[in-house]
Design a protein around this ligand. Structure first.
Ligand SMILES: Cc1cc2nc3c(=O)[nH]c(=O)nc-3n(C[C@H](O)[C@H](O)[C@H](O)COP(=O)(O)O)c2cc1C
Length: 469
């Protein structure tokens, strides 16, 4: 209702009343009438405002949803709507409560940058990283994770394609992949081979020999996951696997085709979902598709070095070169020292995305102590909670050569398969370029602690000191 219509009728009423009951009473009535009129106007206007705001908000949401996701956060939000319940449970899994996962984000967010201005021409900026002789367009590899078919039907083939197209690396989980290594290797791009340190040594040997027989350049490094001395994730996931509706039809196919490829018993999804079969396996102490060992130590790492880079292995390689071995899951300076002592070629500082040891130090917080210990002798990567180009930048300022992405890759695959992964990585690369320009540097190789804001730098020095004790 319009307030301008209220005004003349109010004036007329006041005149009539003033004549009838005298001035004092009229003044009181005028005040009351004006108050009511103002009050009504407020209500009317507020309602207009609310509706207006609501329409704008709806328009804003619709506009946002009409634009395909670009950032990791946008891919995550969309994936949460798209993923089948079983896939979502498996991907999001973290030890309860999610202290470590949250702490990674908190520490990233506590790190402040100190940009330099007017540093000359920053149009051309270099985000490339050469690692083990191979060039990445951005300092990012996709971290090893299992069952990519839970994200999209093309599984690990889509991962390899998306990562390769964007110029990122991909660490392929050989024993827990849902797609055969030969198919994955058809896709171009830098690939590392992921191995769990199984207790079954003949399984490890067969896996390494089979994967490497695909060609000297098939996998440019071998990554050993070293922070997995139990089966907590697998055990907690089994009930979900048995109850969850699986989104795809390949029930009869081997769920881990590479296990069959290396001559070991594999299991179909049908069997994995069958409580009787699974119960029997567990009673027999078997863990179909299981990967861990409770018993491994640094001597086992030496044994893997021998089967990969011993004389016999090298003599079979046409290029006669060693294959670098990367240790994943290091969080302390002491373990970094051990890794150096046994001749590891690179380290991934990781807490497994908070899936293994909750309350563990966030990997990004552990990073400076490890990079200080390593002191540039071998490359150091970090994962767990990396979500933005700013995170990559800050990890590099703390001495990392690059980062690994776990869940973000799975989310983008769930949204749009290989195209989604390629787009997410491409945006990260472009954002990273803009971040470098904002800092006033032209290459990721120029990043160092000087670009961190002093209070955080001091805190980092304290962390390094404490880790030396
Ligand atoms: C679904 C899923 C499966 C994983 N499987 C493995 C694995 O088989 N081997 C391994 O070393 N790490 C595994 N990880 C951990 C990742 O390699 C990586 O360390 C972690 O996801 C990084 O944290 P982010 O997810 O916050 O990026 C897995 C992670 C996820 C989310």
């Amino acid at each position: 209702m319009s307030s301008s219509r209220t005004a003349p009728s109010t004036t007329l009423a006041v005149a009539v009343v003033a004549a009838a009951v005298g001035t004092t009473t009229a003044i009181a009535i005028v005040s009351l009438t004006i108050s009511i009129s103002v009050y009504r106007r407020c209500i009317t206007n507020n309602t207009d405002l609310d509706e207006d705001a609501l329409t704008k908000e709806r328009g804003y949401q619709a506009l946002k949803e009409s634009i395909p996701p670009k950032t990791v956060a946008e891919f995550e939000a969309m994936a949460m709507k798209k993923l089948a319940p079983l896939s979502k449970t498996y991907f999001q899994y973290f030890s309860d409560p999610s202290t470590t996962t949250d702490a990674c984000r908190t520490f990233f967010n506590s790190l402040r940058l100190l940009p330099r201005i007017l540093q000359g021409d920053v149009e051309q900026v270099d985000t490339t990283l050469t690692i083990f002789g191979q060039r990445l367009e951005l300092p990012v590899l996709i971290a090893p994770s299992a069952f990519h078919v839970l994200a999209c039907p093309e599984g690990e083939i889509a991962t390899a394609r998306g990562a390769g197209a964007a110029g990122a690396g991909y660490c392929y989980n050989f024993m827990l992949a849902s797609k055969l290594y030969t198919d994955v290797l058809q896709e171009s791009g830098v690939k590392w081979l992921h191995l769990y340190m199984f207790e079954e040594r003949d399984l490890v040997k067969a896996a390494v020999e089979t994967a490497l027989s695909a060609g000297d350049d098939a996998f440019s490094a071998i990554l050993l996951t070293c922070d997995h001395p139990h089966q907590r994730v697998q055990n907690r996931m089994i009930p979900y696997f048995m109850k969850g509706k699986f989104p795809y039809s390949s029930l009869e196919e081997p769920f881990f085709p590479n296990q069959a490829a290396v001559g070991f018993d594999t299991t179909t999804l049908q069997q994995l979902l069958d409580p009787v079969y699974m119960g029997k396996m567990q009673d027999e102490g078997k863990n179909p598709g299981g990967t861990n060992s409770f018993k491994l130590d640094w001597e086992d790492v030496r044994w893997i070095q021998e089967i990969v880079n011993g004389k016999e292995a090298i003599s079979k390689r046409s290029n006669g070169k060693k294959i670098p071995i990367v240790a994943k899951g290091i969080l302390s300076a002491a373990d970094a020292r051990m890794a150096l002592a046994v001749g590891i070629d690179a380290i991934v500082v990781s807490n497994h995305g908070g899936r293994q040891c909750d309350f563990a130090v966030p990997a990004i917080e552990a990073l400076p102590a490890v990079t200080a210990e390593v002191n540039g002798r071998i490359p150091v990567f970090v994962d767990s909670g990396v979500r933005t180009s700013g995170d990559i930048l800050r990890a590099l300022c703390l001495g990392a050569s690059g980062v690994m992405l776990g869940r973000p890759a799975l989310w983008s695959l769930a949204c749009e398969g290989s195209d989604g992964l390629e787009r997410m990585l491409t945006f990260l690369k472009e954002d990273l370029k803009d971040d470098l320009r904002s800092l006033g540097v032209t290459s990721i190789s120029h990043l160092n602690m000087e670009f961190l804001w002093p209070p955080d730098r001091q805190r980092i020095f304290q962390i390094i000191e404490q880790c030396r004790l």
